[in-house]
Design a protein around this ligand. Sequence first.
Ligand code: DQA
Length: 146
Amino acid sequence: MLNKILVINGPNLEILGKREINIYGNSTLVEINSNLKFISDKENADIVFYQSNIEGELINIINSKAKNFDALIINPAAYTHTSLALYDSLNNLSILKIEVHISNIYKREEFRHKSLISDIATGGIFGLGGNGYILAIISMQNILKK
Ligand code: DQA
């Protein structure tokens, strides 16, 4: 069976590789996504990528498209800590949901310690850089196989 995975990245993640390299590393989002495409081809999954800096656009995609996928990998970036609207939208989505953060949000400023979406996600990965997305795909495939 070909699993369908949607990867959503939130604000400022399109400038990875140029943004706070000491925290987020050198990899660009294009490089991260091409690694994910490689892994998902090997894992026999179909993968679609989406990034926006706009909260409402992320919600529009979740509400209109995400239900057509088996699983969602989402890094909502700063909206993780602020967006009740994103929480409501994700709460209404019944597919597998994995929250990814490149940095360890619990080692950083206190305002990053609270994720509004962790308790409605299937699981989460933080602090492992771009590899977190790869681990999310592998875990997801294992869960979907069961
Ligand atoms: C982030 C962590 C957030 O606190 C931050 O606002 C981001 C990226 C991460 O991937 O580590 O933009 O989600």
